[in-house]
Design a protein around this ligand. Structure first.
Ligand SMILES: Cc1cc2nc3c(=O)[nH]c(=O)nc-3n(C[C@H](O)[C@H](O)[C@H](O)COP(=O)(O)OP(=O)(O)OC[C@H]3O[C@@H](n4cnc5c(N)ncnc54)[C@H](O)[C@@H]3O)c2cc1C
Length: 392
């Protein structure tokens, strides 16, 4: 077992950290306040090969595995979780094509994403469903070799600026997961309506919109997954993107901890820096240990995917754990800052708002626990003898 980063990974971390400090940190507050989409920063990330991390080398991408991607994500997120979500949404949008696309689709779309500055979003959620993916209503009707899409998608990250969206839709809502197919939708297609930015609690620089689909004709070459295969493709995509949510959360928590250390050493009460008090030291110790654990779980989930293993369970554990850590650490950071923590003057207020999203998108914390408990209750092999007879 080797817990050390390789020289190549250290160089990648350095590059991402320098980018985060130079390009992201100085504008984080500005984009949060204006709720503007940080297009120039995303373009810079594309120019520096930090967008489209998971696109394989044969299509022109950096071809990073998930561990390397997580190293980059943590750095960018530590500067601004909202801008990080905007930058790495291309990974989420492209992943279904990386996993399930045919060679022609990969050559055409993935190469375009790398060679031109193009954005791709991902859409399963709808106004009436997010967690219950099999309950989607957006309709895909077969018409010869083509499909016609009708329905609405909601909460679509980068949707207002996307050139493409991987859209999941059903041939028959009654068929639940067996009816779901997936499509590559060019947002220039007739009938695609990109909604206006929806204001949010945190991660305000990330663009969130609804997508209307009215009689949108999808040519045969843009059918990504046939009915029945779409649901599996969606779940496989999440297993590959949830470790990155762990890395987002670790980056967000790490910055909240760093600001807390700094503040605790400077702020004085009763004639001493608050960092001298054991109660504050305990808070900071807990932050550090939880961030370490969250990062290790994140790397494990990413490493399993890189080994070609089924990482559905480990990615659920990493996402649930790291999201809770980000929420707890940012809450404690606000507490350490006292009244100033509640003001917009210091960055911990923003990180606190930003952290909440990790417990919600790409499968809520409750849904991750369903995945985990399903394994523990049904498939976990006990090490010790059973109490009495094993239930079969
Ligand atoms: C800022 C933002 C960006 C997003 N970006 C995207 C995107 O790019 N693409 C996309 O497709 N979606 C996106 N989403 C949608 C997101 O994935 C969903 O919001 C999320 O999956 C939860 O779905 P929901 O909001 O419908 O909540 P619901 O599914 O209605 O859940 C409500 C509550 O009930 C809980 N719950 C639900 N079912 C169960 C159960 N069986 N057992 C116990 N508890 C349960 C949930 O955990 C939650 O606490 C985004 C959301 C946000 C807020």
């Amino acid at each position: 077992m080797d817990f050390l980063l390789s020289e190549e990974q250290k160089a990648l971390q350095k590059k991402a950290r320098e980018f985060a400090i130079r390009e992201v940190l100085p504008v984080a507050r500005k984009y949060d306040e204006s709720e503007e989409f940080p297009l120039p920063v995303i373009k810079k990330a594309w120019e520096e090969n930090l967008l489209n991390l998971g696109i394989p080398k044969q299509y022109g991408g950096p071809g990073f595995g998930l561990v390397n991607s997580c190293i980059v994500v943590e750095e960018i997120s530590s500067a601004c979780p909202g801008i990080a979500t905007s930058i790495f949404d291309n990974n989420l949008g492209a992943e279904p094509i990386v996993i399930g696309g045919n060679e022609e689709q990969k050559q055409r779309i993935l190469s375009e994403l790398v060679n031109e500055f193009k954005l791709i979003a991902f859409a399963t959620s709808e106004p009436t469903m997010g967690s219950d993916v099999a309950g989607m209503k957006c309709k895909a009707e077969k018409d010869g070799d083509e499909y016609i899409l009708n329905g609405n998608k909601f909460w679509i990250t980068n949707g207002g600026y996307a050139d493409y969206i991987t859209v999941f839709a059903t041939v028959d809502p009654e068929k639940k997961h067996k009816g779901i197919a997936a499509f590559i939708v060019d947002t220039k297609y007739e009938g695609v309506k990109l909604g206006k930015h929806i204001p949010k609690l945190g991660q305000r620089s990330s663009n969130t919109v609804s997508i209307g689909l009215k009689d949108v004709r999808i040519p045969k070459e843009n059918v990504l997954a046939k009915p029945g295969r779409g649901f599996v493709l969606g779940m496989q995509t999440f297993a590959h993107t949830r470790p990155a949510i762990g890395a987002f959360a670790v980056g967000c928590a790490r910055s909240a901890m760093e600001y807390s250390i700094d503040y605790a050493q400077k702020r004085e009460t009763f004639g001493r820096p608050i960092g001298n008090y054991q109660v504050i030291q305990e808070k900071i110790a807990n932050m550090y240990k939880d961030i370490e654990a969250a990062r290790l779980l994140t790397y494990k989930a990413a490493w399993e995917a890189d080994q070609g293993m089924d990482n559905n369970l480990s990615s659920a554990i990493a996402k649930a754990f790291a999201s809770d850590v980000a929420m707890n650490v940012t809450t404690e950071a606000v507490q350490i800052f006292g009244g100033y923590g509640y003001l917009r003057t210091y960055p911990v207020e923003k990180l606190f708002r930003d952290a909440k999203l990790y417990q919600i998108y790409e499968g809520t914390s409750e849904i991750q626990r369903i995945v985990i408990s399903r394994f523990v209750m049904k498939r976990y092999e006990h090490a010790m003898p059973y109490l009495g007879k094993k239930r079969t």
